[in-house]
Design a protein around this ligand. Structure first.
Ligand SMILES: [Zn+2]
Length: 341
């Protein structure tokens, strides 16, 4: 994925905040009682001030969703370690095939589709394989949860294993599969997507990136699947021990709202939306086709994102607790979607 910062965003927010604080100071002198109220909002995390736009189209779910979802963080972390143990897994490599087999082996008995094709890239032709596991629900419609599992092609001859970038989210989906398997879903069908060739082959561009999801989005637009898709939830770099999920600006506002509500219900909101940034990621082809989509991503992996796309992206930087937080918030969001009018 790539950060798609549009210059305005940062230059804007600080002065605005300073002006807001100055005004707050002035008001507090004149209206003490009033200032007290304002202070509450000033002290609130940046997220609630800037990141939670008024819900549009989403009416808050007040119905009882039942007990919080369960998620086995130890098992999810074990999956991360096992995926990483294969070594770098760029498209076209032997290790990549091993990870494909590994994912399939964990989905035995489930309804699994492979979306296999050959794609043209600036580095030549490559095989791409998206793996989709489907868990049917009683309600007409689909909620998709996705993660890429490839590693960066240009880093194929380094020790880059993408523990956070690719492995953490792919492991998360395997554990979500465990939670969905064999249970009657009283809600939408859930499709888990291990998508391939997310990373650029040479240099990130609209045509050199997101190969797997671009293929899926096009195919599913043609066959009518997207019309039935209620939400696309993307997981990326969600294992960082210092977990701060971004408020991602390209994502669908009402769905971001729902994520924040789910996090709040579970008491995990301090890990969400402290920062607002736009990302180009696997959700883009779905957004472009009108599917409500969110990118759950922590794009500050080490100070200034220093571990991102480097051989330092290793398991020791991750925490099972982070997998649990994102896994549970994702499952809580699915339950909220199930109940959404
Ligand atoms: Zn990456």
């Amino acid at each position: 994925m790539k950060e798609a910062r549009c210059g305005q965003q940062h230059g804007d927010s600080w002065p605005r905040r300073i002006i807001a604080l100055a005004m707050l100071g002035a008001l507090s002198v004149i209206f003490l009682a009033c200032a007290r109220e304002k202070n509450t909002s000033a002290a609130a995390p940046e997220a609630t001030a800037s990141a939670a736009p008024p819900a549009s189209g989403y009416s808050a779910v007040s119905a009882d969703l039942g007990p919080p979802p369960s998620f086995n963080a130890t098992r999810a972390m074990q999956y991360v370690k096992e995926i990483v143990a294969f070594g770098p897994r760029p498209v076209g490599s032997e290790n990549h095939k091993k990870v494909e087999d590994y994912i399939h082996a964990h989905l035995k008995g489930d309804l699994v589709d492979d979306d296999y094709f050959i794609t043209d890239t600036p580095e030549g032709k490559f095989p791409v394989r998206n793996i989709i596991a489907k868990y049917p629900g009683s309600r007409d419609g689909i909620v998709m949860i996705a993660s890429h599992y490839d590693t960066v092609y240009s880093l194929r001859n380094t020790t880059f294993v993408g523990a956070n970038d690719g492995a953490s989210s792919s492991a998360l989906l395997l554990e979500i599969a465990n939670q969905l398997r064999g249970k009657k879903r009283d809600g939408y069908s859930v499709w888990l997507i291990w998508d391939d060739a997310e990373e650029a082959m040479k240099q990130w561009s609209a045509t050199d990136s997101l190969y797997g999801v671009r293929h899926l989005a096009e195919k599913w637009q043609d066959d009518g699947t997207l019309k039935k898709t209620k939400a696309f939830l993307l997981e990326d770099m969600i294992g960082d021990a210092d977990l701060n999920i971004e408020h991602e600006q390209n994502s669908t506002p009402w769905l971001e709202d729902m994520i924040y509500q789910a996090a709040t219900r579970l008491g995990y909101q301090s890990h969400f939306f402290a920062r607002t940034i736009p990302m180009e990621d696997d959700h883009i082809p779905f957004l472009q086709r009108g599917v409500p989509s969110v990118d759950l991503i922590d794009y500050e992996y080490g100070y200034n994102n220093v571990f991102w796309h480097t051989p330092q992206d290793t398991v020791d930087k991750l925490s099972p607790k982070s997998l649990e937080i994102v896994g549970m918030v994702t499952l809580e969001t699915v339950q909220m979607l199930d109940k959404k009018k």
